[in-house]
Design a protein around this ligand. Structure first.
Ligand code: UD1
Length: 434
């Protein structure tokens, strides 16, 4: 298993470029299931979840071509014949977003068999709202042996009111509704930019969707969709992680290739915490020359403060003067990083959904364990300011969603190295002696 070795203390300086949004790329890849024609996606990040989705689609009979060299961020997906409309437990357990294939498969093939995701490190993550919505569209659903089997001759448009806002639930049903007979009105939808990006692609494929990005989405069903070419939006979570990296290290960093409009809640909180940021076109410059101030955050659905930035913000406020309260409203168990930060010297007390962070605490290097994707990012951030050499284990979590993060950070002055499985003892010895 790969590890990161990070020596803290270097301010990050220069320009770092953001990749395409993993959370937009995943539903867009699933959308290719809705047509026999090729769908070409650009700005696809090279992360493990994309590979998993590729495996998922090819197992069903799709042809998925990933580009090489200069075209390495492009993929062409053609689902001419779908022989096995199925998502196995082996794939769903490593990536819960695999359930995004449920809606498109029933809509296109009239049947789907998808493993139930089960729990994960950050909470229960049920998919009851996906199932309820598909039933509203007329699908017959049976749950057996850990799988959901959905069938429908042709889905029928309906009114769907989500009991709770769900991002992939909105995307899954949006895809299903494009091929349903008649009109679907979806209420209380997720307003994340990734939902709007998916709708953009679907409309290019011939769907008739209005209102994506707002809480009500209307879809007029069509009988078939065609191929299309689409560029994935920039990853706002990767951008936010780099902005915090610039701030926490007291650097001067230009985070390029992002969409500052998608970062509103984060930038407002950073300002409150004393961090200077300057959005300029498709980039944000962050200047970490002021002392950090305590700042409370509360995670909410978009456009609120994203839960996917909570762990990274927690790392930041360990370096702020005073007490900050971090409230997690979206997932019930998303504080796994807190204990690891405490092992590095942070003062954090968890009280249910709230974490009280008292700063400023000097952080010192330790051997720490990444527990999930964003938790790993917070440990990288803490390591960048810790005294000494931190070793982060299980970085496969970070590889799920960040493209070559160690190379990008090294490019702006971080002392970070990956040590691989090939010669683990030799690499560890080198890490100790360098
Ligand atoms: C997506 C993102 C993830 C982000 C999350 C919240 C992708 C691939 N992943 O995950 O990075 O952290 O949004 O912004 O886009 N819920 C139910 N029943 C359901 C579905 C969800 O109760 O059927 C609950 C969940 O347990 C959670 C809340 O709703 O408490 C929000 O989850 P949801 O928006 O669905 O998260 P994901 O789409 O899985």
């Amino acid at each position: 298993m790969d590890k990161f070795v990070i020596r803290g203390g270097e301010p990050l300086l220069g320009t770092v470029r953001v990749s395409g949004a993993k959370n937009a790329a995943l539903p867009c890849m699933a959308a290719a299931l809705l047509t026999q024609e090729p769908v070409i996606l650009e700005n696809i990040p090279q992360v493990r979840d994309i590979q998993t989705t590729r495996n998922l689609l090819t197992a069903m009979g799709a042809e998925v071509e990933l580009g090489y060299g200069r075209a390495q961020h492009r993929t062409t997906i053609q689902c001419e014949k779908l022989e096995a409309p199925e998502a196995s437990y082996e794939l769903v357990k490593t990536m819960r977003a695999s359930t995004l294939v449920l809606g498109p498969l029933v809509a296109r093939c009239g049947r789907a068999r998808v493993s139930l995701p089960g729990g994960c490190a950050i909470g229960a993550r049920p998919i009851d709202l996906h199932i309820k919505g598909l039933e509203r569209l007329g699908a017959q659903i049976v749950q057996e042996h850990g799988y959901i089997e959905a069938r429908a001759h042709r889905l029928k448009g309906a009114e769907i009111v989500f009991d709770k806002i769900t991002v992939t639930g909105t995307e899954d049903l949006l895809m299903a509704a494009t091929l349903a007979e008649g009109e679907t009105i979806m209420q209380n939808c997720a307003r994340e930019p990734e939902v709007a990006d998916l709708a953009d692609l679907l409309n290019k494929m011939g769907a008739k969707i209005e209102g994506a990005g707002s809480e009500t989405i209307r879809v007029k069903g069509v009988s078939r969709l065609k191929g299309a070419k689409h560029r994935i939006i920039p990853d706002r979570i990767e951008a936010g992680t780099f902005i915090i990296a610039g701030a926490i290290t007291g650097g001067d960093l230009n985070v390029a290739g992002c969409d500052p409009e998608h970062l509103g809640a984060l930038l407002r909180k950073l300002e409150e915490a004393g961090v200077k940021t300057r959005p300029n076109g498709e980039s944000v410059r962050v200047m970490g020359d002021n002392p950090l101030k305590a700042c409370d955050i509360l995670t909410e659905e978009y456009p609120g403060f994203p839960t996917d930035m909570q762990a990274q913000f927690m790392a930041l406020v360990t370096q702020a003067e005073g007490s900050s309260i971090v409230t997690e409203n979206i997932f019930e168990n998303r504080f796994m990083h807190a204990q690891e930060l405490v092992r590095m010297g942070a003062n954090i007390k968890i009280e249910g959904r709230r974490a009280v962070v008292r700063g400023k605490s000097p952080l010192s290097a330790a051997a720490v364990l990444a527990s999930d994707l964003r938790a790993s990012a917070s440990l990288v951030l803490a390591a960048l300011v810790a005294d000494g050499e931190t070793i982060i284990d299980r970085v496969y979590h970070i590889d799920r969603g960040y493209e070559r993060i160690e190379e990008k950070l090294k490019g702006v002055g971080a002392q970070i190295r990956r040590i691989g499985e090939l010669f683990p003892k030799r690499a560890a010895a080198q890490a100790r002696s360098s």
